[in-house]
Design a protein. Sequence first.
Length: 100
Amino acid sequence: MPAGLGELSAPLRSLIEFLGIDEDLVEVAASASAPLNASPDREELATWIQSLPEKEKNNLLVAAVSGTGERWKHGLLRRFEQQKAQRACPSPTEFGGALR
């Protein structure tokens, strides 16, 4: 579930209206959506970073030190959240086979 669904901007509200997305559906999704600027759980983030291969961690440190701005940080956090979401959503095989 993407973060920030409970804090939709005016343009996003207009898009929802334009696409004809049911307001109740958006409300239910928003109830399961984290705040837009919520920080990841520190322990969960540490465990994930520890699981990364050493070469990749070294590359990330170099990017952090030599990069300008926070682009590297946002990319890393996006990757963490994507992998976290993948772990939270069971695959079709976990339901006993392919979806029909």
